[in-house]
Each structure stands twice: as structure tokens, then as C-alpha cells.
Write a protein that binds this ligand. Structure first.
Ligand code: 13P
Ligand code: SF4
Length: 305
């Protein structure tokens, strides 16, 4: 079968079975093309709460499918490929955070949405890269424990200096591996290009950027800018999608290491198998986890606007 034939078959079955396909912007182009909705983590979680379909296929990583399940427990939620996890989401567990909470009881625990459902049960509010600054600003408590990404946490701390933000040593292995030297080399190779980076990059890289934002914010910035060249400091798919969307502009990847193999684990055939009912993994969460973890997702939606 050709790519187009597989896509047509997915579209036919999903219509027949009333299935909604959500895809994170890091997914490959052929998957983005057949999705009902694509976007960053925040937009996907908003979408998950409103989609009317009984079945949702999440093309992304596990925590994103768990978020859909928490917001719509009555729906059948399928993770497109069961190996697609986010390593950052697995870095901390409930026991670690409960231990820190016992030591610092007067701290509000802010969890990046890239965390497991289990970890969210002991946190107060979730944030995404797009909503973190806005949400942290609105938290009444001055003392904040921000987990697990210390780079996003440092970015937020800089924007919200009135808060006392405690960070732990976690982060995205893909973005955090980009160095200041990578940024210097890319800038010298492309002196007219603007550097756009995700806040999961280390502060030394973020400080050199012309713009720091979520995947969707980076895409919006590049599309609306008068500039013609951009160095993209986030996952390769974003540079690829932008190159299709803006053929008159040039996009260069900040580092060749910016490829998330978990986000790339899903293939178009995986999506076909999900809609056929023979592939992917159905997400199951117990009622207690859903009730406790959902509170911090609901709080994020309330404060994120
Ligand atoms: P966004 O919040 O920008 O969608 O990013 C998610 C992610 O996994 C970044 O690595
Ligand atoms: Fe997780 Fe990083 Fe991959 Fe995003 S890019 S899904 S944070 S490992």
C-alpha cells in the first residue's frame, strides 16, 4: 500500500467508527495529515476535554494519552504505540515527591504535564511549556516546588522572580543535550537566522535565543515573522513542518541530536492498526488515580484560560 492508500483507509475507518485522532506536533507529517487535531501538549489536553467521539487515538507519548483518559474516563483511549513513553515523565516517583513534601510542607507542587498519572496524584497543579509562566504567576503561594524539568523551571523562575521556586535535577534528555557550543556553531553558520528554542533547553542555550516557547509558539513565531531564516531548537519535526508551511523561508535544526525516538516510535501503519482495533495500547487508569491526578489537570485548565 502507498502512504496515500494507508491514509485513506485510516480516514475511512475513523469516520465509520467515530474515532478522533489527536497528534502532537512532533509526529511525522503523514500522521499530522490524517489527524483531527494537532498541537502542543496544552492544546491537546484542551482538545481531549471537548472531543465528542467515543474513541480517541493519541499519537504522541504515554503521558498525553493518560491526560486524555483522565479528562474523559468514559472514552476508549488508545496510545498509538505502546513503547512511546517520555523518559522525563518517568524520572520521578510519588515516594520521592512525598518525601520532599514532608520536609517542605509549605510548598505548592507544580508538575510539568510530562509526568506520569501516578506522580500527578501527589501534585497540586500541572503546567505545560505554553502555560507554565501564566499559571505560576497566579499561584497564591510564594513557595513552589517545580518538577521534573529544571530547565523549564529555571525559565519560569526568570519570568516570575517574585516566587521562590525550588527545582529538582530532571529534564528532557533530547533538549537538555543541546549545548551553548551547538548554538554558537549554528549561529556562525547562519548569521542571519533567528534562534527559536523550547524552554526544555538549558538556560545557557535559552539565553542566546531570539524566542523561547512551546512547540506551537515556535511555529507561530516563525510563520508570522518577517525574517527568512530560523534555527530551530526543538524536535526535528517542527523544522520539517515549518519548511512545508513556509517554503519561502529556511529552517535549520539547532543540533542533529534533536530527534525524540519516543515521539517517532509511531508509524502510519501503527495508526491504521489502532483504528482497525488490532494495535496500540488501551490506556487503563484506576478510579482513584483518575480522581487525584485529574485535580491538577483541572487546575491547569482553570488557570491556563
Ligand atoms: P510542548 O509542550 O511544547 O508540546 O512540548 C512537549 C514536549 O514533549 C517537548 O519536548
Ligand atoms: Fe519527552 Fe523530550 Fe521526547 Fe518531549 S522531546 S517527549 S520531553 S523525551
Amino acid at each position: 500500500m502507498t502512504i496515500k492508500e494507508v491514509q485513506d483507509e485510516i480516514l475511512r475507518i475513523k469516520k465509520e467508527k467515530d474515532i478522533c485522532i489527536l497528534a502532537h506536533s512532533y509526529q511525522a507529517r503523514e500522521i499530522i495529515e490524517i489527524a483531527d487535531f494537532t498541537g502542543d501538549s496544552y492544546q491537546l489536553s484542551r482538545m481531549a476535554a471537548t472531543t465528542p467521539n467515543k474513541t480517541v487515538v493519541m499519537c504522541g507519548v504515554r503521558f498525553m494519552a493518560e491526560t486524555v483518559k483522565m479528562l474523559s474516563p468514559e472514552k476508549t483511549v488508545i496510545l498509538s504505540n505502546s513503547v512511546a513513553g517520555c523518559p522525563m515523565a518517568e524520572q520521578m516517583d510519588k515516594e520521592l515527591i512525598n518525601g520532599i513534601k514532608a520536609k517542605y510542607p509549605d510548598y505548592t507542587v507544580v508538575a510539568y504535564i510530562n509526568t506520569t498519572a501516578s506522580l500527578k496524584t501527589v501534585c497540586d497543579v500541572c503546567v505545560t511549556s505554553a502555560s507554565a509562566v501564566k499559571i505560576v504567576k497566579q499561584i497564591e503561594n510564594k513557595n513552589i516546588l517545580f518538577i521534573p524539568d529544571c530547565n523549564l523551571g529555571a525559565f519560569v523562575a526568570k519570568q516570575v522572580p517574585e516566587k521562590n521556586i525550588k527545582l529538582l535535577q530532571g529534564g528532557c534528555p533530547i533538549h537538555a543535550a543541546v549545548t551553548k557550543r551547538d548554538a554558537e556553531i549554528a549561529k556562525s553558520l547562519h548569521p542571519n537566522a533567528e534562534l527559536l528554542v523550547h524552554p526544555e533547553c538549558v538556560p545557557a542555550v535559552a539565553e542566546m535565543a531570539d524566542f523561547v516557547g512551546s512547540t506551537t509558539a515556535i511555529m507561530k513565531y516563525a510563520q508570522e515573522s518577517d525574517k527568512k531564516e530560523f534555527i530551530i531548537g526543538t524536535e526535528n519535526s517542527i523544522a520539517e513542518h515549518l519548511q512545508y508551511m513556509c517554503p519561502d523561508k529556511n529552517f535549520y535544526l539547532l543540533s542533529k541530536g534533536l530527534i525524540c525516538k519516543n515521539m517517532k516510535a509511531t508509524t502510519l501503519v501503527d495508526v491504521l492498526r489502532c483504528v482497525q482495533g488490532t494495535g496500540g495500547e488501551e490506556i487503563e487508569l484506576d478510579a482513584d488515580t483518575i480522581t487525584k491526578a485529574r485535580k491538577c489537570i483541572d487546575k491547569m485548565i482553570e488557570l491556563g484560560g
